[in-house]
Design a protein around this ligand. Structure first.
Ligand SMILES: Cc1cc2nc3c(=O)[nH]c(=O)nc-3n(C[C@H](O)[C@H](O)[C@H](O)COP(=O)(O)O)c2cc1C
Length: 341
């Protein structure tokens, strides 16, 4: 299957996935009967580098490649523009490989206006670049505010012809950090960033870690479904079902061990309450992918409806906790004895 066909398959399979159970369900926050704040006055504004958005959540990198992704990205970018929300685009490998941007160009920048927009590239593809400067070809057309590199070893391994040589990828990431004119963010794709890798990434110069833990979109399932020869490497499709770390586990481990590192959360975020819980666990911003995919296939209005619900749920959470600004959420708002798994 070619790259475009595989990307198209990702959208179809991700749309079929149900997102019902989540690590966030076992986390309880402290209710206040006397909140001492006004619901309307609660501040959700958040700083992304030198720009301010109206909420701490952003659209996590999704599609790039097939023609339907142009529509999806336009709906997402237009909704972001209207509500003043940040967005990451999907993998732009194809722009470098085939010289064709497939809609991940000035049109996304135009649709989102001056809001924070993040480029995306797979870290395992860095060794295939002729020179690190080639990444300019994905940053410049969208005037990217940051470069997100994704780590997806447990996605590649289930792909037919996936990239399974991960030796010295950290060396290449370090080279990107030295060169990049914009901050470098490293994210997982739904298996969760572990602490040892996080330490290596910070030492390599990565500015922000996006944990992208389990509990939401399951990329192993997607690739297994698309791989017609999967029987050659797996006895049953569910062998690796429980692989990885939940978003909550990653946030707890990384924010304890690397307290001065900026952490973003994503993976299994279903609503504004999950956004608030992620922030209580140490995230400064929160990415949403799967939950926005179906509305994004429909219309800009459908995306706007979901984003407004997220904002309202987040505001209600702050109100119920008696918190004046979303940036003030922290571990003290988590009920003692809460179970995080
Ligand atoms: C259809 C689809 C395509 C995705 N493509 C990319 C991608 O190109 N690059 C990337 O870094 N992450 C990609 N992701 C992963 C998401 O950014 C996110 O990390 C992951 O889905 C977990 O978030 P969720 O549980 O809210 O879906 C994709 C997710 C979906 C659903």
């Amino acid at each position: 299957m070619d790259n475009i066909g595989r990307k198209r398959g990702h959208i179809g399979s991700a749309l079929d996935q149900e997102q019902n159970q989540s690590c966030f369900d076992s986390i309880r926050l402290k209710h206040r009967s006397l909140p001492n704040v006004s619901l309307e006055q609660i501040v959700l504004d958040t700083q992304f580098f030198d720009k301010t958005t109206t909420a701490p959540f952003f659209v996590s990198s999704m599609t790039g490649g097939p023609s339907e992704s142009e529509r999806i990205n336009r709906h997402l970018a237009e909704a972001c523009n209207e509500l003043r929300i940040a967005m990451g685009v999907g993998s732009q490998r194809i722009s470098i490989q085939d010289g064709e941007t497939f809609g991940l160009n000035w049109s996304v920048r135009h649709a989102i206006g001056n809001l924070p927009l993040f480029a995306n590239f797979g870290a395992v593809n860095l060794p295939h670049l002729k020179a690190v400067e080639e990444l300019g070809r994905i940053l410049d057309p969208i005037e990217a505010d940051a470069l997100i590199l994704h780590l997806n070893p447990m996605q590649e391994v289930f792909q037919s012809n996936g990239d399974t040589d991960w030796r010295n990828i950290i060396g290449h990431i370090s080279e990107v950090c030295e060169w990049s004119p914009v901050p470098v963010v490293v994210k997982e794709v739904g298996f969760g960033l572990d602490l040892d890798s996080s330490k290596e990434l910070v030492a390599a110069g990565v500015k922000i870690l996006d944990v992208a833990g389990t509990g939401g979109t399951r990329f192993a399932d997607i690739e297994i479904e698309l791989n017609t020869n999967i029987g050659e490497i797996l006895s049953t499709n569910d062998v690796f079902n429980n692989w990885g770390y939940t978003t909550a586990e990653c946030l707890i481990n990384i924010s304890r061990a690397l307290p001065s590192t900026t952490c973003w959360a994503s993976g299994g975020v279903r609503n504004g309450l999950d956004v608030a819980k992620s922030m209580c666990l140490g995230a400064s911003a929160v990415g949403i992918a799967g939950r926005l995919l179906r509305p994004a296939t429909e219309s800009t209005d459908a995306v706007l409806t979901v984003m407004k619900q997220f904002k309202s749920e987040l505001r209600i959470t702050c109100f119920g906790l008696g918190v004046q600004a979303v940036g003030d959420l922290n571990t003290t708002h988590i009920l003692d004895g809460t179970r995080v798994d």
